[in-house]
Design a binder for this molecule. Sequence first.
Ligand code: NAD
Ligand code: MG
Length: 400
Amino acid sequence: MSNSLHSKPQNVAILGATGTIGLQTLDVMAQHPERFKVFALTANNSVTGMLDLCLKFKPEYAVMLQAQAANELAVKLKQHANNTIVLSGEEALSEIASHEQVDVVMAAIVGSAGLHPAIAAAKAGKRILLANKETLVMAGSLFMKAVQDGAATLLPIDSEHNAIFQVMPHQRAKYLAEMGIRRILLTASGGPFRELSTAQMHAVTLAQALNHPNWVMGPKITIDSATMMNKGLEVIEAHWLFNATAEQIDVVVHPQSVIHSMVEYNDGSVLAQLGNPDMRTPIAYGLGYPERLESGVSSLDLLKIARLDFVAPDMQRFPCLRLAYEALKTGGTAPTILNAANEIAVEAFLAERIGFMEIAQIIETVLSASEIVAVESIAQLVDIDSAARAHARKCLLQHV
Ligand code: NAD
Ligand code: MG
């Protein structure tokens, strides 16, 4: 076993450091200061959040997407006699993600903004801890190719995919069948509206949608969980990570969120990974792999949980899940369009411009009007993403 005390700490860059996953990553890293060094932190525009983190962790670099936020941060850091170098802009995110001194990249930006830095990290051969599922939905084939070409190490952080990764054979083969795997069972909490009727779902409020029963997460993924688009995005994510077809991925609603996902083998064995719903477990797994690290997560109290329930997902009440399966089966640029339209629709719901059930309607309208073509390049996907966003925005205008 490698002894971390005798080796140099690994330099970690956290993309999306001020977010839920970013902060939990820092929490786990702080438990292992001899193993990890905070090399770089990035955020969109949260100056106070980033200032606190820079003062506490003293990274070499801090990147703010917005130039004005970067200027403000630099002034404040100077006042505190802190030496962190402040950069700004999209390109700086990719420069940091591929910086030669960086060993590990936590990709925890929300949405398609995470794509370019994740690709840069892949091409530069980093160990990538991938939380940003939108990268795989938007550009799965090209991202996986960049991982392969760059000889990067890709570790899934999304709890379901981390669970699947943990229970798959360590000796990987190209196809699931070659590893004796029949199917993947992706568990879903079902979100806060699991038991509502369609009529009740039309009337839910933003506050109700933001109140997830089991997980604490950023606003976008919390809404995605309520619509079950999150599970749909995860089906597509599993397709790319594990080379599984849509038919090999089944969603199972499991309200307790204790089983994080399962793999069924040919002999009938079903292997599951269990634990408290706390993202520090997959984060610690990604940071330590193949070793196991203390994460700060408490022991699972099965006696207190007492029972585990399972029900089939309802595609009528949760059309977003159906749309995601359909986009995966259609292939080509369909998942890119699905993701882009979803980001705009969720943004509009968060701004209380549209109702909850209209999120799926907008996505379906955009998808059914779009021409689906084969994926060729990142530049092409960026154009298709922009066009789908513009179309979704037009739907919003027609709506009001
Ligand atoms: P969050 O909203 O809490 O944090 C997002 C982070 O990204 C922030 O640091 C923010 O400053 C940064 N950011 C936002 N927009 C940006 C932009 N345009 N450019 C650069 N940086 C930007 O989100 P989160 O809950 O931490 O989720 C992050 C990612 O991880 C998402 O893709 C989500 O689907 C995935 N994920 C999260 C969880 C969870 O439990 N929170 C679980 C699984 C997967
Ligand atoms: Mg998940």
